[in-house]
Write a protein of this length. Sequence first.
Length: 179
Amino acid sequence: MKWLILFGLLAAFALLVSQMARAGELPKVGEAAPDFELPDQNGVKHSLKQFSGSWLVLYFYPKDDTPGCTQEACAFRDDLHKLTAMGAQVVGISVDDSTSHAEFARKYHLPFPLLADGSTEVAARYGALMDLWLFKFAKRYTFLIDPQGRIAKVYEKVDTSRHSTEIIEDLKQLTMKGK
């Protein structure tokens, strides 16, 4: 009987956590990307409109200066010349503040904006918010946004060691279709 009660409590707890952790709807390919206006690591505000006419790699990540997030950011840094040559810009978003972003960017020489989503509203609009009551962080999702501001591709399963390369390959295919 004790095992049954314990199992029931564990199942109820797991259900509660899964309900809390559920993010909003992910934008679908072809839909307009949700707008945003957030400060970067230098306190400069950026909005979706600012990137109109360019491809935008908008990547959400959980936490500054953690192993996976560092690997992903440094790969984007190392491949930035390839991405910009293809007409793409890179922007990272997490719920960390601008000060944390500034330290992270300085430490790893990250030359692209890291936006501070302290209110978690943007992560929620993109379906990338993990909300565990006391802890909120962005899920590791990336959105490739076309020059018209529409979602061209959604990446829900990100391998930080090869994600930048994957985006470069996808951009090659997507830009070839447009020609």
